[in-house]
Design a binder for this molecule. Structure first.
Ligand code: BES
Ligand code: MN
Ligand code: ZN
Length: 499
């Protein structure tokens, strides 16, 4: 889908539908909606006075223009109370209206820079948000459906209309919105793809393609190279699978310095059966999405490569399946990680932290100045924070605050959990340096405490996306299935750090 910015008034745009906004409690129509109302001989003001249009957030009112306007239809889209408007609300409302129109076969849509000038939302940010809302909200995953006739019409183009002076700003914002939203949809595609397609090898192929498309440097380490580096924890998890593991590294260079400013590490378990500590069969299929962290960091660095900030970023994705097998890792086994620490395996289902242990050590070894890891690490995080917030834990409050702020910007909520030393108690082993799981209580924190053993003093934030990587239903700009969280947070953070 293309998003095109044009100079001109929305009243004069020929389209299947034009979308204008109304705020709850708005006394007087002004700007675009006033012009459209006038062209419609006051139809909008009449519906408002009859209380049919209230302006509640996500309210949609359809008015047929019956030849009074070049556009066939007018949609009055409610944005709630003006003083409570945020970019994220606009994103959601645009997504809902676009889906509503698609369902009715309207595929030619035009709108304005929704929200611009309200609560400090700039023209550029408004265009970015409208573009994101449309592309994110219209996402679908139909790749494996052979029946094409029930497919919704595809919306080919959305027009954003603004005045001549605004056009360059709107274009900049819209381009950024498209890059961000398409990166999110790439991550969603990877996560929605079942594990018989999305193998570690396929993840590596995608990384190579992204590198070619956007000028990133890529390397993919195979099993022998991992063994040479001493990645015993990752190889321990990979042992039960017929699929060869891959250790994927993508580099973005935005400065002349050789220093890596930030490493993005993403869990790439392409299927988590639990291994010998096998999971219950009900819902096991959802564990095809256990590479959501890996997908997110790959998508984020590909967006970064297009936006070209002055900063150096490396994405690191340890990718493997976690399977039971005659050769699989067993409870009681002891592994030696890349940093030399020994790990007693209590549960082979606590595999994410094992592969991340080696990936974090690797990030340290290549000298990354700061590290963010993203992982569907613990069911406990979903218990604690639901599907609403990502769990944030780390060793550096300054970096944490920036990550949380970037999340708020993107509308991807992050809630910080504590890292008190008392939690280390749970990970003490009688036979090795550390065990890979503690008790049932505080599982997200002990997961992060385990990871901290492989980080040293580098500023580091761990994002547990077990709850937020998938949505159970369609909700504003989210579709049932993969959400693509936290791609936009990561990109927004890196753009901020580069300033
Ligand atoms: N991939 C799972 C965590 C998960 C659960 C993600 C549900 C998304 C939805 C992870 O590998 C896992 O199995 N974690 C265990 C850890 C435990 C054995 C310490 C868990 O959460 O039960
Ligand atoms: Mn697991
Ligand atoms: Zn897992």
């Amino acid at each position: 889908m293309e998003v095109k910015v044009i100079a001109g008034d929305i009243v004069n745009v020929k389209a299947g539908a034009i979308i204008v906004n109304f705020f709850e409690g708005m006394e007087q129509l002004d700007g675009d909606i006033a012009a459209v109302d006038k062209a419609l001989d006051g139809a909008i003001s009449q519906l408002i006075s009859q209380n049919e249009i209230k302006g509640k957030l996500n309210e949609i009112t359809l008015i047929h223009s019956l030849g009074k306007l070049p556009a066939d239809r007018v949609i009055v889209s409610g944005l709630g109370k003006r003083q409570e408007l945020s970019m994220n609300k606009v994103r959601g409302a645009v997504a809902e209206t676009c889906r509503w129109l698609r369902q009715r076969g309207v595929y030619n849509i035009a709108t304005v820079a929704q929200g611009a000038g309200v609560n400090g939302i700039s023209l550029e940010n408004a265009a970015q948000t409208v573009t994101e809302g449309a592309i994110l909200g219209l996402y679908s995953f139909r790749r494996h459906m052979t029946k094409k006739d029930d497919e919704p019409v595809e919306i080919k183009q959305i027009i954003i209309a603004g005045n001549e002076e605004a056009k360059p700003l709107l274009e900049q914002g819209s381009t950024r919105g498209r890059i961000l939203a398409e990166a999110v949809n790439l991550a969603r595609d990877m996560v929605n793809e079942p594990s018989n397609y999305m193998t570690p090898t396929h993840m590596a192929e995608i990384a190579v393609k992204l590198a070619e498309s956007y000028g990133l440097e890529v390397s993919v380490l195979d099993q022998d190279q991992m063994a040479e580096l001493g990645m015993g924890a990752l190889l321990g998890v990979a042992r039960g699978s017929r699929q060869p593991p891959k250790f994927i590294i993508l580099n973005y260079k935005g400065t002349d310095s050789a220093e890596i400013d930030i490493a993005l590490v993403g869990k790439g378990i392409t299927f988590d059966s639990g291994g010998i500590s096998i999971k219950p069969s009900e819902g096991m299929g959802e564990m095809k999405g256990d590479m959501a962290g890996g997908a997110a960091v790959m998508a984020a660095i590909s967006a970064i490569a297009q936006l070209k900030p002055e900063i150096n970023v490396t994405a690191i994705i340890p990718a493997t399946e976690n399977m039971p097998d005659g050769n699989a890792l067993k409870p009681g086994d002891i592994l030696t990680a890349m940093n030399g620490k020994t790990i007693e395996i209590i549960s082979t289902d606590a595999e994410g932290r094992l592969i991340l242990a080696d990936a974090l050590s690797y990030a340290g070894k290549i000298g990354a100045r700061s590290i963010i890891d993203v992982a569907t690490l613990t069911g406990a995080c979903m218990v604690a924070l639901g599907r609403v917030c990502t769990g944030g834990l780390g060793n550096d409050q300054k970096l944490m605050d920036k990550v949380i702020a970037a999340g708020a910007d993107a509308g991807e909520l992050i809630w910080q959990l504590p890292m008190y030393d008392e939690f280390n108690e749970q990970l003490k082993s009688n036979v090795a340096d550390i065990k890979n799981s503690g008790s049932r209580y505080g599982g997200t924190i002990t997961g992060a405490k385990f990871l901290a053993e492989f980080v040293n003093n580098t500023p580091w934030v761990h994002l547990d996306i077990a709850g937020t990587s998938e949505s159970e239903k369609e909700r504003n700009y989210l579709i049932k299935g993969a959400t693509g969280v936290p791609v936009r947070t990561l990109v927004s953070l890196i753009l901020f750090l580069a300033k």
